[in-house]
Ligand binder design. Structure first.
Ligand code: CA
Length: 226
């Protein structure tokens, strides 16, 4: 089995700093995704897997704090802020918004790498690139879902939901747990949109197979068949 490298999304507009960080990260065995604007970083995050996000607060198109807020609605991965803003109030507001850590420019690269290692300890590594169960195949790297060797087109949210279910195969996941992991928050007793997404995933799978992979645990949540 191939142990995949951890992937880091670097959102930083300063070209020199971006090149320097990318080189340092790659030298240390990380894969790097790059974005020079907040909106581009968010678009990458919606479509590709990143284990950790390094986020600059001073970006040309959006305030980094707003980027952080958006990240938290679509991802549960750790975010480390890299910023020239050294004021306590900026640090506190970034940490309040869910950032895991904060590094002030100019920084020591060894310190950044150490903080990345600490933050990644809380993130389980992707155990496999490929998942296969009965007629279902998932390639997590390519974000490809096949049923009976035919592609199922899932939206980014649907893919995230299916991935979460598969990674906890056999376990009952509560509505609350699923909302927290997919959207980063949960709405008390309002699981209607979750039901709609699950119904859509099932419908897409059932067009190609009679198998029911996602089981409903009435009043509790969902479970991926084992
Ligand atoms: Ca900047």
């Amino acid at each position: 089995m191939n142990q995949t490298n951890r992937t880091i999304l670097l959102i930083e507009d300063d070209e020199i700093l971006q090149r320097f960080l990318t080189l340092a990260l790659k030298t240390n065995g990380y894969d790097v995704l790059q974005a020079k604007e907040g909106a581009i970083g968010l678009a990458i995050l919606a479509n590709q897997h990143a284990d950790l996000i390094l986020l600059d607060l001073g970006l040309p198109d959006m305030d980094g704090i707003d980027v952080l807020k958006e990240i938290k609605t679509i991802s549960t991965q750790p975010v480390i802020i890299i910023s020239a803003r050294g004021r306590e109030v900026d640090k506190v507001s970034a940490l309040d918004m869910g950032a895991n850590d904060y590094v002030t420019k100019p920084f020591n690269i060894g310190e950044v790498l150490a903080r990345i290692r600490v933050a990644l300890r809380s993130v389980p590594a992707l155990p496999d690139i490929l998942f296969e169960y009965q007629q279902l195949k998932i390639d997590f790297e390519k974000r490809l879902v096949l049923v009976n060797d035919q592609e199922v087109h899932l939206t980014p949210i649907e893919f995230k939901l299916l991935e979460l279910m598969v990674r906890h195969q056999g376990k009952v996941l509560t509505h609350h747990f699923i909302q927290e992991h997919v959207w980063g928050y949960h709405t008390v007793d309002d699981y209607q949109s979750l039901r709609v997404f699950m119904a859509s995933i099932r419908k897409k799978i059932n067009q190609l197979s009679d198998e029911s992979y996602i089981l409903t645990e009435v009043g509790v949540g969902y479970r991926f068949k084992e």
